[in-house]
Design a protein around this ligand. Structure first.
Ligand code: SAM
Length: 209
């Protein structure tokens, strides 16, 4: 099992050991003495940590998070990371994302389309890590388009959802295709299926070339 980043701990909630970060609750998760349970069934990054993927995260990184939705996962990221830019293009979840950001001065919501990084390039500083969970067609292309925010050796942590690319194809074939596409901008260093937390999802750790 790889190390957890500083600021992420295993703590016991309701008699069960869970990942946890320290911060204001966001989605009705159990809390204890300022710590909040991080539900891996509601978070691909949480599942990557639970599955023992070496994410390379140490805590304190500058993060670009693509597909922030209502802020479930990115709020945990902002609890242990440095400046955290959260891109989401749907207005409805973005409203909840604003609430999650309110008590987190390092979390910056951006109502933008992750396929158009030029529309937020003037706001986002160079990042150490991209976390991506967009769950729409063309997931690897989105990651490649955003590689510009990483220095050489910067890390991509992506969840690839097979059914977002092709609802009928064998997930393994979809993952191979997406990993091939990623190779245009990254070296893939580790992958792990995210079952039992998320069906037909692949967790990917890659480094910018
Ligand atoms: N990462 C979230 C979490 O764990 O809390 C869940 C993300 S949900 C699976 C995928 C999100 O990506 C949706 O809210 C969707 O609107 C957003 N999304 C999809 N394509 C996008 C794009 N091109 N730009 C920005 N957001 C996008």
């Amino acid at each position: 099992m790889s190390d957890l980043p500083a600021g992420v701990e295993r703590r016991t909630f309701d008699g069960r050991e869970r990942l946890a970060t320290e911060g204001e609750p966001v989605y009705g998760e159990p809390t204890d003495e300022g710590w909040r349970a991080w539900d891996a069934r509601r978070s691909k990054l949480g599942a990557m940590l639970e599955r023992g993927l070496d994410t390379t995260l140490q805590g304190g990184e500058t993060v670009l998070y693509l597909g922030a939705a209502a802020g479930t996962t990115v709020s945990h990221v902002a609890d242990f990371a440095g400046p955290t830019y959260a891109v989401e293009f749907a207005a409805r979840p973005a409203r909840d994302l604003l609430d999650a950001a309110e008590p987190r001065p390092n979390l910056f919501p951006l109502l933008k389309d992750a396929r158009k990084p030029e529309t937020y390039a003037h706001v986002v500083e160079p990042c150490d890590v991209i976390v991506q969970d967009v769950a729409t067609r063309g997931q690897a292309k989105v990651a490649n388009a955003n590689a510009t925010f990483l220095d050489e050796g910067g890390v991509l942590l992506a969840a690839i959802k097979a059914r977002s690319e092709d609802v009928v194809a064998n997930p393994s074939e979809v993952f191979e295709r997406e990993l091939d596409t990623l190779e245009a901008a990254y070296d893939v260093v580790a992958t792990e299926r995210l079952e039992p937390f998320h069906d037909d999802h692949l967790g990917v750790v890659a480094r910018k070339r």
